[in-house]
Write a protein that binds this ligand. Structure first.
Ligand SMILES: [Zn+2]
Ligand SMILES: [Zn+2]
Length: 344
């Protein structure tokens, strides 16, 4: 058997364009590991890279920040990790440890983070280099393709819910039932909340209840505010659907001191009536991903409570199709690229 010196990667080359290329296998620099990638989720945030939404992406760039694989080489100075170990990499691939946020212990809001698939190459590839400080341990019982979406979509929803004001038994509504929302519903149920799923269309009711929702609100047929109020109000609404108008409709349905937690980026503004905020001291806050320990706790909780993403898998050479379908919200419910081991 000859050992290959190259690997296949998918790079964004121009807005909306992905291309499969062959590259030389790199050597990890100090502090890095080289990962043989097994699976990588396709997240809506990948569009920031593929479409160059910020204007800061330098092409070609490998997208992907829901990466699961095994370590196959260690850079100098890497302690605590072994070759062959299962690891994951999420959106935050390592904080600098020295900026004002990091010095206050708030590494999630680091001013100079390594962002996987944005300012370094990500996981749409057979091989990836990652900072050891950003590595997440993957429990053996989680399959790679199922663990991958938990590293961003799972972490985002789990961390937002567990850091919220809601306590066991409170009404918590998950707005949206896509890649983030279908995980949010499962987490909310297993955390002990009265779980409400809000989406559009009668056809989503069955799935919402199967995922664990106690109540489904069809926003095309029912008044979201009225239904939430009839339930006593929601202590938390987790906004996962990219509609500012839809999120805004949930705010008057919050309890006093209730929170709308925004984790999706809508194209339209979230337009609010200030009286809904003032009377009842309601708030609207954002939540961004989480730390490495948060991510390991997400995986542990998912494993403990048997929470899994619903996925559609694609091979690496189908990355463009997977990405395009994700952008059209035409995936049930999370697209995952699975690298074929026979090509390794
Ligand atoms: Zn993501
Ligand atoms: Zn920092």
């Amino acid at each position: 058997m000859t050992t290959r010196t190259t690997y296949r990667a998918v790079v964004a080359t121009a807005p909306g364009q992905l291309q499969l290329i062959e590259r030389q296998i790199p050597t990890p620099t100090p502090g890095q590991v080289r990962i043989r990638v097994e699976a990588c989720g396709v997240c809506h945030s990948d569009s920031a890279t593929v479409e160059n939404l910020t204007g800061a992406i330098s092409y070609p760039r490998v997208p992907g920040h829901e990466v699961v694989g095994r370590i196959e080489a260690l850079g100098a100075g890497v302690d605590g990790w072994q070759i062959g170990q299962r690891v994951g990499v999420g959106f935050l691939g390592g904080e600098d440890g020295s900026c004002p946020s990091c010095r206050q212990g708030d590494g999630i809001n680091c001013h100079n983070p390594v962002i996987t698939g944005m300012n370094v190459d990500g996981g749409y590839a057979e091989i990836m280099l990652a900072e050891a400080r950003g590595l997440v341990r993957i429990p053996e019982e989680l399959e790679a393709a199922e663990a991958a979406p938990l590293l961003c979509a799972g972490l985002t929803t789990f961390n937002a819910l567990r850091n919220s004001n809601a306590r066991a038994g409170d009404v918590v509504a998950i707005h949206g039932l896509g890649g983030l929302g279908h995980l949010g519903v499962q987490f909310a149920r297993k955390m002990g909340f009265y779980t409400v799923a809000i989406a559009r269309g009668a056809d989503k009711a069955e799935q919402a209840l199967a995922l664990g929702a106690h109540r489904y609100i069809d926003a095309t047929e029912e008044n979201v505010t009225d239904v939430l109020r009839s339930l006593g109000g929601a202590k938390v609404v987790l906004g996962t659907a990219p509609t500012g108008q839809g999120m805004a409709q949930t705010v008057p349905g919050l309890t006093p001191r209730g929170q709308l937690i925004v984790v999706a980026v809508p194209g339209d503004p979230i337009t609010l009536n200030a009286t809904d905020l003032i009377f009842g001291a309601r708030s609207v806050v954002g939540a961004l991903t989480g730390s490495v320990p948060d991510n390991e706790q997400t995986l542990a909780f998912a494993s403990l409570q048997n929470i899994r993403p619903l996925i559609e898998t694609f091979s690496l050479d189908q990355a463009q199709e997977a990405y395009d379908r994700m952008m059209r919200a035409d995936v049930r419910l999370r697209a995952v690229l699975v690298m074929s081991p026979d090509k390794a």
